[in-house]
Design a protein around this ligand. Structure first.
Ligand SMILES: Cc1ncc(COP(=O)(O)O)c(C=O)c1O
Length: 396
């Protein structure tokens, strides 16, 4: 008998947004295809030798690595993460407030489970990180999308929303946002924190990219302005996504419940890997490694911005991010990204359509995310040339 699996799905699973970056039904890339889709560091940016050394040392570490551990994660790594947080300006962060996670993604999941009843309003960015949307979908919230511009979240729009709604939280990526690359300047961060305080709004700050700045000056995280901000960090973009090591910094009051949620999900994250990261960080390799990958990404960013300036017609607009992995491009008036996507795939260049980065059905249909992290400068230049051809062909 042929089972109709779909009729068995939960309502949330049936309605969830599907993957737009990769996935089982994504078209296979032929030879010569230039993907500007990836949000993952390429092989040349993974510190493989340091990882190997860390793993070797972890295996020979004296402590028992093979049992369960506290759901909070390895103490030694929590100490190192707390040090990093303090270096970012979050001066009060102690290891006791740090929970290690299987990637920041797991933190998004846990916070959704902690705060969302089906139908509850949640404020999210528009466009938004598609992975967060998928996670939230499973808790069936009612989305309140807040526009993101070149300077990050539109705070006037947020205030208008808060005049009539009481969202369970605001989820935001204030630094080198996925997908726009936008960064919220300091004054706006201060205003956002003040708005949140005035309205009793919980802020969830997702911060995977702030260590990857190529221009301009560092801006402290929201968490540095208010210890009630819930902060998510990760080593996915600076060491490797495959190791699945991320963290949450949370107010003390949430710890007991979060501990139970972590236990319910997977008891604890991979201990051996946590120890390997401890061993790696203790070698002191990290600052040099960051310097090296920043230089490489800076070159790729410059290649993308130069190619866009050279190739794109004047009615195409794009962001000029100071860090992270992404540029956000807006098509000329009347052009639809679904058409651009189809032609781009045929022309051998991969993009992420804006329609996959929004909770608004049919929204962001003139937007696309272009990633510069995973291709060498020559390929980026060629990819943008192909994309310009696609745009020209859509016009005619
Ligand atoms: C904004 C944002 N949050 C979270 C993640 C997932 O990070 P992790 O690999 O730590 O789960 C990503 C990865 O693309 C991201 O861009």
């Amino acid at each position: 008998m042929h089972r109709d699996w779909q009729s068995h799905y939960s309502r949330q699973a049936a309605r969830m947004h599907l993957t737009v970056v990769s996935g089982p039904s994504y078209p296979k890339q032929g030879e010569g295809f230039i993907s500007l889709r990836s949000g993952a560091p390429p092989a040349e940016c993974i510190p493989r030798e340091w990882l190997e050394r860390g793993m070797e040392r972890a295996w020979s570490a004296p402590q028992d690595l093979f049992g369960y551990q506290s759901a909070m994660g390895a103490w030694d790594l929590r100490v190192l993460v707390a040090e990093r947080m303090r270096a970012l300006g979050c001066l009060d962060v102690m290891p006791q407030q740090v929970m290690l996670l299987s990637g920041a993604q797991q933190g998004i999941d846990f916070l959704a489970r902690l705060f969302i009843n089906p139908g509850d309003p949640v404020a999210i960015e528009d466009p938004v990180y598609p992975g967060a949307l998928q996670t939230f979908d499973l808790c069936a919230p009612r989305y309140l999308p807040i526009p993101v511009g070149a300077d990050g979240l539109d705070l006037d729009a947020l205030e208008r929303t808060l005049a009539t709604e009481r969202p369970q939280f605001l989820y935001t990526v204030p630094t080198f946002q996925n997908p726009t690359g936008a960064t919220m300047p300091m004054e706006r961060r201060e205003r956002l924190v003040a708005i949140a305080r005035a309205h009793g709004l919980i802020l969830i700050e997702d911060d995977p990219y702030s260590a990857l700045r190529y221009a301009g000056k560092d801006v402290p995280p929201l968490r540095a302005l208010d210890p009630e901000v819930i902060y998510l960090g990760t080593f996915s973009k600076t060491i490797a996504p495959g190791i699945r090591v991320g963290w949450m910094v949370m107010p003390e009051a949430l710890k007991e419940k979060m501990y139970a949620i972590k236990e319910a999900a997977d008891i604890n994250s991979d201990r051996v890997m946590q120890q390997a990261v401890v061993e790696m960080l203790r070698t002191g390799f990290f600052p040099d490694h960051l310097g090296r990958i920043r230089a490489l990404y800076a070159e790729r960013r410059a290649a993308m911005l130069a190619a866009l300036a050279e190739r794109m017609p004047p009615d195409v607009r794009w962001t000029e991010p100071e860090g992270g992995f992404f540029v956000w491009l807006r098509l000329p008036l009347g052009m639809d990204v679904a058409d651009a996507l189809e032609r781009a795939n045929a022309r051998g260049v991969g993009i992420v359509p804006g329609t996959g980065c929004t909770a608004i059905p049919g929204g962001q249909s003139d937007g696309m995310r272009l990633s510069f992290c995973a291709q060498p400068p020559d390929a980026i230049t060629e990819g943008i040339r192909r994309l310009a051809d696609v745009i020209a062909s859509l016009r005619s």
